[in-house]
Design a binder for this molecule. Structure first.
Ligand code: R5P
Length: 302
């Protein structure tokens, strides 16, 4: 995948992403965002910390396709203790209204796609949230998935275009999520294509998966910030390693769900991930921090 590139594989091998040359960000700290309007920049500055251009987003939108998945059976219990340790919340309007206190001072990235569940074809989505409701919820960004190469590729890309059109009217950013269908390979060629496609459709930042080798090519070929999803639950040290490698290769942060809320100690894990993203901590040091916080919390019973 994709066939066109296979046919041109000799050409493709010649690609040069100039990974050692950082993209200039004149006048604003985020790549590709210099020419946006004030309101859009202000919202992006809530999601990404202007000091380092990075973010720790907490993804807990899984229920919209998976129902009460492990770790999120009770969002009202699982999520509030994590909020102080993350920069941004990514979830559905149902989750935010029912389980998160409105005095939460963290920006919201609002999941707006709907129409599919794990019981059927996941790429068959539409946009189910109006921009007016996103505004009512004070969303800083709206989001949907792009299923590049999937059965409903066209529809999913149209969803992204729709969100960009609607969001731009009001200065609300769009996050493009690159979902990987069952038949796709999570390699740098595929993820690089998907990230670039959604960036060219106008999203303001992209969420994708870490891959190796070539994640630095994926980031370099995408003209807006890239954050990584955590994916399936890994042992804590492995998840921290993955976050570290992604950041070292240019990711602007993580949008992590299962590897935080399904950790042995989710609150400690959120802090360890934060240490990697914002303090440039090495994975083993972050893991030591995780274990020490976990030990203290177990002792205090909190
Ligand atoms: C995927 O459809 C959702 O957007 C999740 O929010 C995303 O996969 C991130 O969660 P996790 O880190 O659990 O993969």
């Amino acid at each position: 995948m994709p066939d066109v590139e296979k046919k041109e594989s000799k050409e493709a091998d010649k690609k040069d992403f100039h990974v050692s040359v950082p993209m200039e960000t004149p006048g604003f700290f985020l790549r590709g965002s210099a020419h946006l309007d004030w309101g859009m920049k202000n919202r992006l500055s809530r999601i990404f910390n202007p000091k380092d251009g990075r973010t720790v987003m907490l993804a807990f939108d899984h229920g919209y396709i998976m129902g009460p998945t492990s770790g999120l059976e009770r969002m009202d219990l699982a999520i509030p203790p994590l909020i102080p340790h993350v920069d941004c919340l990514m979830c559905t309007r149902g989750a935010i209204r029912s389980c998160i206190a409105p005095d939460t001072n963290k920006p919201l990235v609002l999941r707006c796609s709907t129409g599919a569940t794990v019981l059927k074809e996941l790429s068959n989505e539409v946009i189910g949230v109006t921009i007016e409701d996103a505004i009512r919820l004070n969303a800083s960004a709206v989001t949907a998935q792009a299923y590049v190469g999937g059965p409903f590729e066209k529809e999913s890309l149209a969803n992204i275009g729709y969100l960009v059109n609607e969001g731009c009217k009001y200065g609300i950013a769009t996050l493009g999520v690159t979902a990987v269908g069952r038949e796709m390979v999570r390699d740098s060629r595929y993820l690089g294509l998907a990230c670039r496609v959604v960036a060219e459709l106008g999203v303001h930042f992209v969420k994708t998966y870490y891959c190796e080798p070539g994640f630095d090519d994926v980031v370099a070929g995408c003209p807006v910030p890239v954050v990584i999803a955590g994916g399936k639950k890994l042992p804590e040290l492995d998840a921290l390693n993955m976050a570290y490698k992604a950041i070292s290769q240019g990711a602007a942060g993580v949008d992590m769900g299962r590897n935080i809320f399904n950790a042995d100690d989710p609150v400690a894990m959120a802090q360890a991930v934060r240490a990697i993203v914002h303090d440039n901590e090495k994975p083993q040091k972050a893991f030591d921090l995780y274990n020490s916080l976990k030990g203290k919390r177990a002792k205090s019973g909190k």
